[in-house]
Ligand binder design. Sequence first.
Ligand code: TXA
Ligand code: MG
Length: 337
Amino acid sequence: MLITKIYQLNEIAQAANELRLGELIAFPTETVYGLGADATNEKAVKRVYQAKGRPSDNPLIVTVCDRQMVIEYTGELSKQASALMDAFWPGPLTLILKIKPNALPSVVTGGLKTAAFRMPQNQATLELIRQAQVPLVGPSANSSGKPSPTTAQHVFHDLEGKIAGILDDGPTQVGVESTILDLSTETPTVLRPGAISPKQIEAILKTEVLYDNHQVKQQEVPKAPGMKYKHYAPDAQVIIVNETSWPAALAWAKQQVEAVGIMATTDILNELETTKLTYCLGDDVVSASQKLFDGLRYFDEQPAVKYILVQGFAEEDLGAAYMNRLKKAAGNTFFDK
Ligand code: TXA
Ligand code: MG
């Protein structure tokens, strides 16, 4: 068992040193915490899969602090890639680009001819990468099967004893993972919705962008290997409640013998008589996205809770990313009575 150290923002140099030695350090980003290891060190990257309990053919994002680090693996950037980096980097947009043959270890790429690159908007992490002098692999720092971590405490809960440290910069701001855009195909394709919407990407590229949301079957060779893996769902049944269904949903909750957790915005919770089984999502879809995973973790710690009613939002812009994660957690179950 390792002792997992919490690094404060004035201890970046020590954390960077651990990374250079092949140790694992979780780092903050604007979306969720990532699990960092030197992307050029095969042994270190293998330990990431072990620590997370992640299937090893699911490729990892390469997290960089500048464009030069990308160019090293891809060669000259395409116009599209440069334009998107100008517009959205640092920020929650991951770009899948073709790489030079064998430029990165196959444990990083899952043996693909492409790699996913991301420059997160977090000053401490950009400094960490600068000081480590290597790009970091950065899957979300949860154990496989748990929601992505949005605080250092979530990471500690899942990975204590398995990683050398966590650089703590408080709760993340966006709360859902980055948009993934595949630029290696003829038509740019969004493989995972995030805070940067297809509309915003289209406005920069001035061309249509596809959205690929199909679930890949186990035998099928997936375009995005991550597509075939089961996503997080709590033990309790999550039920999505749309705005107009709240009165009926709350009446239903009252009749249940088993405990029902409620995750909703302030205005809806204000209408309720006080009960301990609520989690406030703040005022709008922005705060709800930031808090979604924390709320699901909160109820997961309470085995008595058998149902969780969670507020749905319109599936546009950030709401599309929020609903994408929520629908997976709910197995697509909506309150409908
Ligand atoms: O916001 C984020 O992107 C966070 C923070 C920590 O940066 N990271 C994150 O990483 O969500 P992860 O590993 O949990 O999700 C990355 C996804 C996986 O589903 C993986 O299959 C996919 O990206 N991916 C990675 N490389 C790929 C590639 N070359 N082609 C297609 N999909 C790829
Ligand atoms: Mg993940």
